[in-house]
Design a protein around this ligand. Structure first.
Ligand SMILES: O=c1nc[nH]c2c1ncn2[C@H]1C[C@H](O)[C@@H](COP(=O)(O)OP(=O)(O)OP(=O)(O)O)O1
Ligand SMILES: [Mg+2]
Length: 201
């Protein structure tokens, strides 16, 4: 089976989710945690989609493989969409989940429960050597809690409440998260294209 996909992420939480989400496809899945000397790609785009394309195309040029990149984040209505594309570096360039959540909770401290609506957003770009890059997206609606609950997942999961399941993302099992997440929903939009993408390989 020579069918291989590289996921252009160094985020361990994302990498784990992608390994599970891609397991139903008959593909070898690698991430940048498996590949040496992969370049760091600057996220200079103005949208999730632009950043996903930047990451996918740079790593595809480097590896000459089909590459999927994820650019994702948290969009909070009461904060005019912040942290948005800056979610990873919200509290500083060193990308600290703990500090990012502290900053989010402090920015929302005077915002009432019903105004704390938010969504996780995920853009996925698929860079294919010698072909046009494909882009899809998915989202997941929720509310931002006043305090952390749960220890699963990564990033903002402990404060992201999923109303339909009455739990935070960090209280869900990985199977539950992978059935409702923004990443899962983006991948559902990619699924009809997967066989065509890998057909000739
Ligand atoms: O399911 C999620 N559950 C909780 N938090 C999440 C999720 N999905 C994205 N997030 C947050 C984490 C990070 O603060 C930002 C992603 O930033 P983003 O640039 O796409 O990823 P990253 O820099 O961690 O890794 P990389 O660019 O190598 O893929 O949004
Ligand atoms: Mg990043």
């Amino acid at each position: 089976m020579g069918r291989k996909v590289i996921i252009a992420t160094k985020n361990k939480g994302k990498a784990k989710e992608f390994e599970a989400l891609f397991s139903k496809f008959n593909l070898e899945v690698l991430t940048l945690l498996d590949i040496e000397n992969a370049p760091d790609v600057e996220e200079t785009g103005a949208t999730f989609e632009e950043n996903a394309v930047l990451k996918a195309e740079a790593i595809s040029r480097f590896t000459r493989s089909i590459v999927v990149a994820d650019d994702s984040g948290l969009v909070v209505d009461a904060l005019d969409g912040r942290p948005g594309i800056y979610s990873a570096r919200y509290a500083g360039e060193e990308k600290n989940d703990e500090a990012n959540i502290n900053k989010l909770l402090s920015e929302l401290k005077d915002v009432q429960q019903e105004e704390r609506t938010a969504r996780f957003y995920c853009a996925l770009a698929v860079a294919i050597p010698e072909e046009e890059t494909l882009v899809v997206a998915g989202k997941c609606e929720g509310l931002i809690m006043n305090e952390r609950r749960g220890t699963n997942g990564f990033g903002y999961d402990p404060v992201f409440y999923v109303p339909s399941l009455e739990q935070t993302m960090a209280e869900l099992s990985s199977e539950q998260k992978n059935s409702i997440s923004h990443r899962a929903n983006a991948l559902k939009n990619l699924q009809p294209l997967i066989e065509r993408i890998f057909a000739k390989r």
